[in-house]
Each structure stands twice: as structure tokens, then as C-alpha cells.
Design a protein around this ligand. Structure first.
Ligand code: NDP
Length: 323
């Protein structure tokens, strides 16, 4: 077991964590980033990124995250291939976090950038058929449905993007939405409606995922959310794309969360209720949830972390001088 100490400990390696690291490293805080179960975060399971500023042409999510990590390392960040399983916030700064590897990480400040993860419907068959036809990531699993029939459940940007992406593999994609209008951006809706390989089932909720004779997904049981009428849809694959939930399990009963489970911060800042603990990115932002806003709040966390340490160091020097 090794104890790794740093001025700035960052949990999470998406745009928020890596932006905090870039700013933190340049401010001399020699950050450690503990990468977590999904190094690079949600962008590593996206394909085209068209809205991250600075790139005229479409870029790939995984590539963007590799570049961010390389930049963070280039300016002095230490990346740790580990997952935090427990944190001690009660004792105040310095904060200790335990890694799955058995190592401890100790930081004078802690930046929480654990992001969010896909939500599931929680209906029968969904868990049982996970990896056997049911997935939450078209870009990871879409390839397996070449020439087959697939459905996407949801009406936001993720669902529409996944449906569009799946047309690279499948000629028959059905988007299933519980209402009669989509939540996604208009530009994506226009592409969706113009794509002949995609049809939309409006006002339908999935009641269950049912296996076929071979044990993989065979069909979906649907209910009309307006009329209550029941129907079935035969599919080989179904992609659940109904949004994300913040990854806050580690901080349960340690930091206040809002009704949606997002970490609460002082409005307009990344400051949590505990001095020296900052939260940035999707774990604290239920409104914008973009790569660029996550990067922005990561930068804010690093700037506030720097100020926190400067004030603390100043107070310590004053106390020592007074002795
Ligand atoms: P959203 O929260 O935007 O959308 C979730 C969708 O799933 C909604 O249409 C919602 O329906 C539906 N839904 C939620 N719960 C259920 C349920 N239990 N049963 C059936 N349907 C359900 O999540 P997204 O993941 O799409 O997007 C998250 C954020 O990320 C957004 O801010 C989005 O703009 C952003 N994003 C941006 C992208 C881009 O800019 N290229 C790409 C992907 C995401 P209803 O509409 O009825 O509430």
C-alpha cells in the first residue's frame, strides 16, 4: 500500500477533472487525478463532437479526452489508474481517499469531478438482458447490430444522437418516446426526421424487455401513455437513452445533495459545504451538462482551490509568526 500526497487531489477524469488538473498543475499544485472506472468520462463513449469550441471540423469524443489528458500530463498532472472507494471528509483538510488498489490518496484540497452515468428504466428484463440485446451505449455496442432491427428509448439529445449513429449499422431504427414531442435540439431533430432508416413511436413507454427463443432480446412490450393500449415491437437490440444520474455514491451522508442527487454548491461557485472540497462538472450541474461547461467549472474549481490554499497558507504563516 502506498500513500500518494498532493496539494490537489482530483477524483474523476472527464472534462471537469482534467480542466481542473490543467489549471491546478499550472498553478503549481501538482495535482493527482484518480481516473475512476471510466477514464475520460462520458465523452469516451460518444462519437462526433461538434460543439466543443476550437475545432472547425467534427472531432471524436475519445480523441478529445486523450488530448485533454495529454495536456494535463504535459503540465505536470499525475494520472492514477485507480478507483476511489471511500473518502474521509469529516476530518477536514488534508482529505484522505481510499483507492480500490489499496493505495491511499491525500490532498490538501479535494476536487470532485465524478460526473454522471446512464439511467436505466428499471423495468422487467432490462437487467437480465443487459449485454444480450439491451444496452445504454450505442457507440459501444451498435456494431453488434449490423443489418438488424434496433430501438432507442428516450427523446433527448442522447437518444436522437444514438438513433442517428445506429443508422451506420442498422437499416431499421425505431425511436420510442413517452411523449409526442422530443426534448432534443432542433438541428438533431431535423436530421432524425430526414433519415429514412428511422421511425418514431410517439407516446409509448417500454413496460418490459422480453427474451426470444435464443435467450437474447426478442421484443419489447409497450404501452401507449395516452390511450393505455398495449403493443409489442420485435427488435434485436434496444438502447436506453433516458438521461444520466450524478455519480455521488461516495459522498452519501457526507455532502448535501439536491432532490436529483446532484452535489450542492454555493451558487455560482464550485464550493461545497466543506471548505477545501470543490465539485465541478456533471456531478453538480443538472442544468447544462455539456463538456464545455464541465471544463469551465473544472477551471473554476482549480482557481478556487488555489485561493483556498493561499489563504490557508497565509493564515498558517501568521500563526507561526505570532508564536
Ligand atoms: P435528457 O435529460 O436531456 O433527456 C432524457 C430523455 O429521456 C427525455 O426525452 C425524457 O423524456 C426521457 N426519459 C427520462 N426518463 C424516462 C423514463 N423513465 N421513461 C421514458 N423516457 C424517459 O438526457 P440526455 O442524456 O439526452 O441529455 C443530457 C444532457 O446532455 C442534455 O443537456 C443534453 O443537451 C446534453 N447532450 C448534448 C449533446 C450534444 O450537444 N451533442 C449530446 C448528448 C447529450 P421527457 O422528454 O418526457 O422528459
Amino acid at each position: 500500500m502506498t500513500t500518494h500526497t498532493t496539494r490537489m487531489l482530483i477524483i474523476g477524469s472527464g472534462p471537469a477533472g482534467l480542466s481542473a488538473a490543467i489549471y491546478g498543475a499550472r498553478a503549481g499544485m501538482e495535482p493527482i487525478v484518480v481516473q475512476g472506472l471510466q477514464p475520460g468520462g462520458q465523452l469516451t463513449i460518444t462519437t462526433d463532437v461538434e460543439n466543443y469550441p476550437g475545432f472547425r471540423d467534427v472531432i471524436q469524443g475519445p480523441w478529445l479526452m486523450q488530448e485533454m489528458q495529454a495536456q494535463a500530463e504535459h503540465v505536470g498532472t499525475r494520472m492514477m489508474w485507480d478507483t476511489i472507494t471511500d473518502v474521509d471528509l469529516a476530518s477536514g483538510s488534508p482529505f484522505t481517499a481510499k483507492g480500490d488498489s489499496g493505495d491511499d490518496y491525500v490532498g490538501d484540497v479535494l476536487v470532485i469531478a465524478t460526473g454522471a452515468q446512464a439511467k436505466w428504466l428499471g423495468v422487467p428484463g432490462e437487467q437480465e438482458l443487459g449485454g444480450k440485446g439491451v444496452s445504454a451505449c450505442a457507440t459501444c455496442d451498435g456494431f453488434f447490430y449490423r443489418g438488424k432491427k434496433v430501438a432507442v428509448i428516450g427523446g433527448g439529445n442522447t437518444a436522437v444522437e444514438e438513433a442517428l449513429y445506429l443508422t451506420n449499422h442498422s437499416h431499421d431504427v425505431t425511436l420510442i418516446h413517452r411523449r409526442d414531442e422530443l426534448r432534443s435540439e432542433k438541428i438533431l431533430q431535423d436530421r432524425l426526421f430526414a433519415n429514412e432508416k428511422i421511425s418514431v413511436l410517439w407516446n409509448k413507454a417500454v413496460e418490459s424487455f422480453v427474451a426470444g427463443p435464443d435467450g437474447t432480446l426478442g421484443h419489447l412490450e409497450l404501452v401507449d401513455t395516452v390511450t393505455g393500449e398495449r403493443s409489442t415491437l420485435e427488435v434485436d437490440g434496444a438502447f436506453v437513452a433516458i438521461g444520466h444520474a450524478p455519480s455521488t455514491e461516495l459522498f452519501k451522508d457526507k455532502l448535501p445533495t439536491d432532490a436529483g442527487g446532484y452535489l450542492m454548491v454555493e451558487p455560482g461557485t464550485p464550493k461545497t459545504a466543506i471548505p477545501g472540497v470543490f465539485a465541478c462538472g456533471d456531478v453538480m450541474d443538472h442544468t447544462y451538462r455539456q463538456a464545455v461547461t464541465a471544463a469551465g467549472t473544472g477551471c473554476m474549481a482549480a482557481l478556487d482551490a488555489e485561493r483556498f490554499l493561499a489563504a490557508r497558507d497565509h493564515a498558517l504563516r501568521e500563526a507561526q509568526a505570532a508564536e
